[in-house]
Design a binder for this molecule. Sequence first.
Ligand code: SAH
Length: 215
Amino acid sequence: MEMLDSFRHKGMRQRLVQELVRKNITDNKVLEAIGRVPRHLFLDSSFVSFAYQDKAFPIAAGQTISQPYTVALQSQLLNISAGEKVLEVGTGSGYQAAVLIEMGVKLFSIERQKELFTRSTHLLKQIGYSGRFFLGDGYEGLSSFAPFDKVIVTAGAPFLPEKLLLQMKIGGIMVIPLGDKKQVMTRITRLSEDDFEQEQIGECAFVPMLKGTVN
Ligand code: SAH
């Protein structure tokens, strides 16, 4: 695969960052990470020219790479500090994972489709992003690595997955698109063992969070 990151790519990326600033992304750590991650490597090579438009795009296995604005918004809502343990549900293309790793987190990511899991794990390793990647059902979380500081769900969840809530630290944050056909971006903060605060951010549209795994 062509792994080139040229001046042209860097220029397009800076324009994308400026567009995200205009759309009110204010967390500099997020903007810097998006400015560094070569998004064009996460799309099929014939679609490189789409990589730095602020649009979602189809990837393998009927899934999508999230729109840069969505990646930026979810990352910003997580209020990330370097060194935090973050659980991602829905590795997909691996792009959101790369942005979080670029921000200095210890990333754990689960994907239910083997094809995407294999591809994305390989790609991220190739471009030098290290995290822990798992083929599995995100509804189950990763109990053996819990608790997490932050949880990010990148598929539309019809309801709040209880196991994920219980794998958060007290003070931890989950950002999750909640709803069936359309979703509402929702931020959950764990205030105590039993108390969770819920904030609704705005409407969004994701591919569905489904149970089980696909080979
Ligand atoms: N974060 C990804 C977004 C991919 S789209 C990116 O940056 O490209 C959502 C992904 O969630 C798809 O790959 C889909 O297969 C996966 N997914 C859906 N339900 C899941 C589940 N229960 N567990 C793990 N992954 C899931």
